[in-house]
Design a protein around this ligand. Sequence first.
Ligand SMILES: O=P(O)(O)OC[C@H]1O[C@H](OP(=O)(O)OP(=O)(O)O)[C@H](O)[C@@H]1O
Ligand SMILES: Nc1ncnc2[nH]cnc12
Length: 184
Amino acid sequence: MMSDVEYLRSQLSEHPDFPKKGIVFLDIFPILRNPVAFETLITHLVHHLTSHTIPNSTSKKIDVVVGLDARGFLLGPIIALRLGAAFVPVRKKGKLPGQCVSASYEKEYGVDVFEMQAEGIQPGQTVVVVDDLIATGGSAKAAGELVAIQGGKTLEYLFIIELAFLKGSEKLDAPVYSIIQSDD
Ligand SMILES: O=P(O)(O)OC[C@H]1O[C@H](OP(=O)(O)OP(=O)(O)O)[C@H](O)[C@@H]1O
Ligand SMILES: Nc1ncnc2[nH]cnc12
């Protein structure tokens, strides 16, 4: 029988030269189109978070799930509801009302800015950051900075896919958990 990981990997689709030449785009949407695969994905991530497997974590209680614009919004709220935690979005600059904190991050061309509402995280709260994929780690690093500015403690960064050869996890201030690692 296939493991969860093998099953989820079999559901991904690869798109060479998208959105531009030289990039192999890994598409998670086939998983979301298939309710059995989507349930397997969410159950796998929630089980990971609730089964004492976060390295160096003294408490398994998670106060806040932070999801990254845009595909982290498809996973974060579901995980937060299953944990009984808050969901807080990180959005691209200029989209969130009220007082915000901001952090810049590097994209392939130039810089972009992420924001979080200032009341999103209280000092001392425990946080996991969720996104579909980590490539260079720039987006996740900026999200971690927003958590730290607010006095939150990031316990872990969670992804479906890690492009391991880019070593994005080395930029981050907490452990990374990814279901699928891609080495090319
Ligand atoms: O590790 P990094 O090099 O920062 O790249 C990872 C980010 O890139 C993708 O989003 P993208 O910036 O394409 O934006 P989108 O979610 O709006 O499509 C992906 O969903 C991550 O958020
Ligand atoms: N190769 C890739 N596939 C999907 N999303 C990405 N975001 C950054 N790199 C990506």
